[in-house]
Design a protein around this ligand. Structure first.
Ligand code: NAD
Ligand code: TYD
Length: 336
């Protein structure tokens, strides 16, 4: 039986992880430590809040006392908490450094003091920078870090701290760097849920620049299953890439796919000002996790998009509440 501390469990991937874990490991106990920023939403966990194996602590990962309290009796940490949106990091980088860098260091210190058996750090492909569009290569776990946005720089710093705590203090860490995720409960500021919900509201989908950038899109449950396998079979100190297996796809082609699946025309695309320093392409070679830990994604891109669209159609109340209020102010600042 595991006692797991999940950080950032009220966000998109963390809430899906907690649900996945309680279904697949009903004997384990989970404590969710989340400060509930604009991206943290306890509605994401409504169906499990009364589960006796689940407890929530509202608190900040940069606050040593709170983290110390949350870490009591914990043997496994799965660290999702972060500021996660590139565009917000360009507007206001400070919170990214505070949460993503300082927060990770505070957690690592507490994990060390409490002798946890595993500290799993959830990271992103973006720390490796960008691959130019005319190149076919893919990053591997030993590629150099070359972050280019405040978000990716703060996540890179966190990854380095995790690696350093392994070398210096022998903290039993593992790291995963995953591609872009899609699925239920994703805050509608990221491209896919923004596109789906805008179309449901009769609004156009904003495409930055010409939409020729390339990303890789993984269904969130495949990500969480990979973390499960890393916790079970991963080697301490190792980094594992997690990604999907669809052919290269530009943002424009992805949005056109969503339009088609939702029965909308291409007149619903609106080309807007490009993101400063927009990374052209991310591409991961995830042969290591496939070869060593026998993980592969189960959902292809079409199935992942269809399931995601279906979820947003059924859960209109959820995203309409999220899209109202504070999100509106941010939306204006970003797109006006
Ligand atoms: P999210 O923005 O949806 O959720 C982040 C959660 O962290 C929120 O619940 C928020 O309240 C919480 N949080 C933020 N600051 C905190 C603090 N100081 N103390 C405690 N809690 C805090 O993010 P997400 O998309 O679910 O991403 C989760 C993790 O996965 C992040 O570390 C991100 O870098 C990584 N990741 C995300 C993607 C993606 O496509 N979304 C891809 C690869 C990796
Ligand atoms: P996003 O979902 O923000 O993830 P990330 O920047 O972490 O990859 O963006 C995915 C891609 O879509 C990225 O190339 C930026 C682009 N994009 C748009 O074209 N329009 C938008 O409104 C948003 C939010 C993103």
């Amino acid at each position: 039986m595991k006692n797991i501390l999940v950080t950032g469990g009220a966000g998109f991937i963390g809430s899906n992880f907690i649900r996945y874990w309680l279904i697949n490991h009903p004997e384990d106990k989970i404590v969710n430590l989340d400060v509930l920023t604009y991206a943290g939403n306890l509605e994401n966990l409504k169906d499990i809040e009364k589960n006796p194996n689940y407890a929530f602590i509202k608190g900040d990962i940069t606050d040593k006392e709170t983290v110390d309290r949350a870490m009591k009796g914990i043997d496994t940490v799965v660290h999702f908490a972060a500021e996660s949106h590139v565009d917000r990091s360009i507007l206001e980088p400070e919170a990214f450094v505070r949460t993503n860098v300082l927060g990770t260091q505070v957690l690592l210190d507490a994990a060390r003091e409490h002798n946890v058996k595993r500290f799993h750090h959830v990271s992103t492909d973006e720390v490796f920078g960008m691959i130019p569009l005319d190149r076919e290569d893919r990053w591997t776990e030993s590629s150099p870090y070359q972050p280019r946005s405040p978000y990716s720089a703060s996540k890179a710093a966190a990854d380095h701290l995790v690696r350093a705590y392994r070398v210096t203090y022998k903290v039993p860490v593992t790291i995963s760097n995953c591609s872009n995720n899609i699925g239920p409960y994703q805050f509608p500021e990221k491209l896919v849920p923004l596109a789906i919900t805008n179309l449901m509201e009769g609004k156009k989908v904003p495409i930055y620049g010409e939409g020729n950038q390339v990303r890789e899109w993984l269904y969130v449950e495949d990500h969480n299953r990979a973390i499960d396998i890393i916790l079970l079979k991963g080697s301490l100190g190792e980094t594992y890439f997690i990604g999907p297996n669809h052919p290269e796809i530009t943002n424009l082609r992805l949005v056109k796919k969503i339009l088609k699946l939702m029965g909308k025309g291409e007149d619903m695309i609106e080309y807007v000002k490009d993101r400063p320093g927009h990374d052209q392409k991310y591409a991961l070679d995830w042969g290591k996790i496939k070869g060593e830990l026998e993980w592969e994604p189960e959902n292809d891109l079409d199935a992942s998009l269809q399931k995601t669209i279906d979820w947003y159609k059924v859960n209109e109340d959820w995203w309409r509440r999220v899209k109202s209020g504070k999100y509106r102010e941010y939306y204006k600042k970003q797109y006006s």
